[in-house]
Design a protein around this ligand. Sequence first.
Ligand SMILES: C[S@@+](CC[C@H](N)C(=O)[O-])C[C@H]1O[C@@H](n2cnc3c(N)ncnc32)[C@H](O)[C@@H]1O
Length: 482
Amino acid sequence: MPIPEADPSRLFAVGRLFGVPVPERWRVLEVGCGAGGHLVPLSARHPDDVWVGFDRATLPIQQARGLADKLGAPVTLQQLDLLDAPDALSRAELPEAYDLIIAHGVYSWVPDAAREALWRLLARWLAPGGMAYLSVNCLPGWGLRGTLGGMLRFVAGDGPPDEQIGRARAFVNLLAELVPASDPYGAWLRREQRLVAQQGDSWVFHDLLAPTNEPVWLHEMVARAATHGLQYVGDAKLTAMLPDRLPAEAQARIASLGGSQVQQEQLLDFVVARSFRRVLLCRDDLPLSRDLGTDALRGMWARGQLVGEGKGRFRSLEGDELSTESPLLQDIFGELVRRRPGSVAIDELVARAPDDAARVRQNLLLAASRGLLELRVRGDGLVGAPGVRPVAEGVAAVLAAQGEVPSALGQRVRLDELGIRLLPLLDGTRDVATLVRTLIDDGFHLQQRGAGAVTPDALRGWLEVEVPQRLRSMARAGLLVG
Ligand SMILES: C[S@@+](CC[C@H](N)C(=O)[O-])C[C@H]1O[C@@H](n2cnc3c(N)ncnc32)[C@H](O)[C@@H]1O
């Protein structure tokens, strides 16, 4: 699975806001990379950087190698146990240190000996200016959810994962039916029931039903990091660091309790009952700044995470609202909406109003902290609308035949038969008319339910409508670079 928040381009951007240097060439290590769903497409998209991943499990590493071969991706993949990794990574052909070490879905899900090995690995292998990303289930939110997980493990029992998942899902529904909604416990169960219904099977199995699942308090994790010479940089999701989503009164009361950045965030976790964090760490001798200066935005890119809702009104994909009377800011945010999901160089946005550069950057930073845009240190070339002769993003084009492709946005995108045939044809040489002709010449046909193949004219007519629509939805899904 690609992990959108663990894209190095995003992580380095967050780090840079707090003073972590951004390397020219990235050396990235992924711990517990599984079947390479995150690491391998990234390495194919950034072939000039250095990519290394390991996992203890044999089959996923074989699958990751198969994917890397298919994509011609320059990545080193090893079957290796975390317990051995701190020493075993000393190999001549591997980097002497890493600018970014990613461990997603590992820390809370392994026994303490492996957690300790992960700390030793970070202490030994993180470059002096490097950063680590550790996702964790955290308290207090996971304390509650872990209680549900305990009940579900009890009823799910053993057997094939899909059967366990089926029993777990059915039992959440039963529980929610048995306990009246008027009871606070029943109200909580209903919220969890809705969450379980929204989540995929993989989350139910790997999170709720995971036999090892150790949630952490942020402050305890940071204290443990300190014993290994590491300090807290922030959360990969800026919105998790700031109380901006709370009412002003609540923000003021949390602020009045004082304390360090970590203590303030810990208090915030208590208030929002946070259950998941993406913790960024660096070496403790790296000077960090908490002032969030806008100068850090120079040379960065912004990807809008917002839609327009009428003049001067915007809404983030997570539901937060932004409204502005300023024609300049309406223009800037409007441009991010138009170019979405493509990213826009911040210097280009600033150039629209050079006399107001500081205000533009300040507002972009504010929007980033509220989740209305995503900061990145590199552009990605994605386009929000297909060009006259569309171009597919390279990884998606190669993997189209699988029927599901990892987008550069970090999502899996399902393709139907037309999508599977269309995507590899998008090499920038064909306009819509040529694409329709090529599909027909290549034998693409439509099966009408119960009535056999449609006539050639009907097929052409259908493709002339469907191909432009598919191209637009492919652009929106982050599959096109032209
Ligand atoms: C929950 S999965 C997460 C996989 C992947 N990072 C992702 O987010 O999709 C945990 C991964 O850690 C690996 N793992 C668990 N214990 C390990 C250990 N001691 N050494 C290396 N890998 C380990 C598992 O094999 C599995 O692939």
